[in-house]
Design a protein around this ligand. Sequence first.
Ligand code: FES
Length: 291
Amino acid sequence: MGENIQLPMKKGFGATDRVDDWWTSPLAMATYLGIMIVYATWRGFMEADFWVFSELGLSGGQGGAAGTMAIESEGSHVLSPLFSPLIIPGGAGLGGPVPQFLWWMSPAMFILIFPAGFRGTCYYYRKAYYRAFLQNPTACAVSKPWNQYKGETGLFLVQNLHRYFLYAAIVYLPILSWDVWQSVNFHNADGTHSWGASVGTLVIALNVILLAGYTFGCHAFRHLVGGGANDWTGSGVARLRHRMWRMSTWFNEKHKDWALYSLFWVMFADLYVYGATMGWWTDLVFWGGVT
Ligand code: FES
């Protein structure tokens, strides 16, 4: 019978025998995630009709205008991924069935729970923010501010919802692809359409690619397509599952990179749209456009 041996470990927040710069990674992650969270919150509230933000953004809530959520100049339509799908209470499209009394809510507020829930319960992000923000643990072999480590119990059981957020994330991919399609349909003054592409098209197209790489490398997706299988060759479906599992494994090996780059790019795509609507730059149309 083995015996439980308590390893000698220094006590006190951050105390450790480690000699490497163990704190650089959690610090960098806290900075990176902190900036992303603050930016997304600022933008989500900017397009709301709260009085504090009414001077900063132009919500679509009452007037139906796109505000700073989409580039509408030059006949193009490039919607920021932070606001897609666009839900404006009482407005046209998806906002139609939403009660008008929710006019004060930003379109981002209706949908943010899905991407935020997907990333917040992601195995990679959990490791990152447990260390960066919660000090639970602080790092391997580094003393925490408190003595006990209970793992993912209690409230942390909510992390088990990850697979359901994955299903929502899968639905997002065609929605965001539709936005790319919309961005190559230019509106002429006479009401007709013509083809074209702008830098904004490339920006939101790359967003779909990065998000797809992140989603298809999800551990839960890998299990969804390959889990429980004991036959990879016996039928067409089995071979297809094997191919999808291998594809997912390929993405999964770099899941951290897909997670970090896709998060950066979705914020950058929104900033690009915001900057264009504010007149900081013009969304250059490099092919086709209005006729
Ligand atoms: S584990 Fe990271 S997205 Fe599912």
